[in-house]
Design a protein around this ligand. Structure first.
Ligand code: GTP
Ligand code: MG
Length: 378
């Protein structure tokens, strides 16, 4: 599906990289970006988000290149989306819907699917009021009238009921997770969670350290589900390490809320390994974005080590950097070549020792954790 990308520069530093990211997101969702239209504004236009002149430019581009969809690099209000669809006569997708769409395509586990559906329905519910009839009417002409008020009310009621059912399902899954985690906490196994911007190399690092073989790829949001494994750190003993979904700037709030269960592993970890793509020109910006999401989910109090990954591309040497209090601040590694991983393992063991968790001796009743390090902990 040919897509025209639209981005408005509000004077933020990350404008260019965020637009490049939109192109990647669009491709990941299955669209083919054929052009981008950009403009500068101090604030969004209430009716069309972009000004009417810019909207005409978008329309011309769509017509010239025979595009079928316009993808906006922003969150649009329901009214703006409706007005834009009227004006442009194609489907208008905003950044939130785009990310939701990718998550919907990617979700593998039962829990992941439930979480994504919940987020999508909540997003849809705010948009239902307007009805979806304006496009059909333009295409179909006379006689194709939209659903009346009663139909809308039915739809809303159905969505409400489905949302309730999904929430109940998630609650149940979350309770199961809590039980598992509490049993782990009782055994005081030190737990480490990988966090970071999408595509930073979390899953590759996880695979390197666990030999687990989870899916890692040069894609945004390759991972949606949390996978935990036990690893053995020499003299210290065992710790549990978890790989999870990556973050992105302006992560839709509905998604963060819906993924709370998945992210619980992160919130309750003893140590966060914040994986950074050291070869990215916007790595500092990405670090900030990740910290913002960590704050939003309430994980900003968890001790954090920055893992500067991809040093093979960035041209850096493996190493450990300490702060003025001799605390480990950064570890430089390549998850791909394995350089620096031994230092990272040392760093984790050091934190675990200082954190006071007992080196995991797993009691026989902990059936989730097998003796083998490559066993999945659900
Ligand atoms: N050159 C190099 N490439 C790496 C390194 N670590 C990861 N990659 C590549 O970076 C891409 C993303 O890796 P992933 O491990 O899937 O990244 P992720 O952080 O899990 O990404 P999401 O799950 O999508 O959030 C893949 O193509 C990896 O091969 C590294 O140290 N060096
Ligand atoms: Mg991953």
């Amino acid at each position: 599906m040919r897509a025209v990308l639209v981005g408005v520069d509000f004077g933020k530093l990350d404008f260019v990289s965020s637009l490049e990211e939109l192109a990647l997101l669009s491709k990941t969702a299955g669209a083919q970006p054929v052009a981008s239209v950009t403009g500068k504004r101090s604030s969004p236009d209430a009716a069309l988000f972009v000004g009417s002149g810019k909207a005409d430019e978008v329309l011309d581009t769509i017509n010239d290149l025979e595009a079928e969809v316009a993808i906006f690099n922003h969150a649009l209000s329901p009214a703006q989306q409706r007005n834009l669809e009227r004006h442009l006569k194609v489907r208008v997708v905003d950044r939130t819907s785009l990310i939701l769409d990718i998550f919907a395509q990617r979700a593998q586990s039962h829990e992941g699917k439930v979480q994504v559906e919940l987020a999508q329905l909540q997003h849809l519910a705010t948009r239902l009021i307007r009805g979806w009839t304006h496009l059909e009417r333009q295409k179909g002409g006379i006689g194709l009238r939209g659903p009346g008020e009663t139909q809308l009310e039915t739809d809303r009621r159905l969505i409400g009921a489905r949302v309730k059912a999904l929430r109940a399902k998630l609650d149940k899954l979350q309770r199961q997770r809590n039980t598992q985690r509490r049993s782990r906490e009782r055994n005081r196994t030190f737990s480490v969670s990988l966090v970071g911007y999408t595509n930073a190399g979390k899953s590759t690092l996880f695979n390197n350290m666990t030999k687990a073989g989870v899916y890692a790829a040069d894609q945004l949001f390759a991972t949606l589900d949390t996978t935990s494994r036990r690893i053995h750190l020499g003299e210290y003993g065992n710790v549990v390490i978890s790989d999870t979904v990556g973050f992105i700037r302006d992560l839709p709030t509905q998604l963060v809320a819906a993924f709370r269960a998945t992210l619980d592993e992160t919130i309750h970890a003893d140590l966060l390994l914040h994986v950074v793509d050291a070869a990215s020109p916007v790595r500092d910006d990405q670090i900030e974005q990740v910290n913002a999401v960590l704050q939003e989910i309430g994980a900003d109090h968890v001790p954090q080590v920055l893992v500067w990954n991809k040093i093979d591309v960035a041209g850096l040497e493996p190493g450990i950097e300490h702060d003025e209090y001799d605390k480990i601040r950064r570890v430089f590694v390549s998850a791909q070549t394995g350089e620096g991983i031994d230092l990272l393992r040392q760093a984790i063991a050091g934190f675990a020792q200082a954190g006071g968790a007992s080196p995991g001796h797993f009691p026989p009743d902990d059936s989730r954790l097998s003796e083998r390090s490559d066993e999945i902990i659900p």
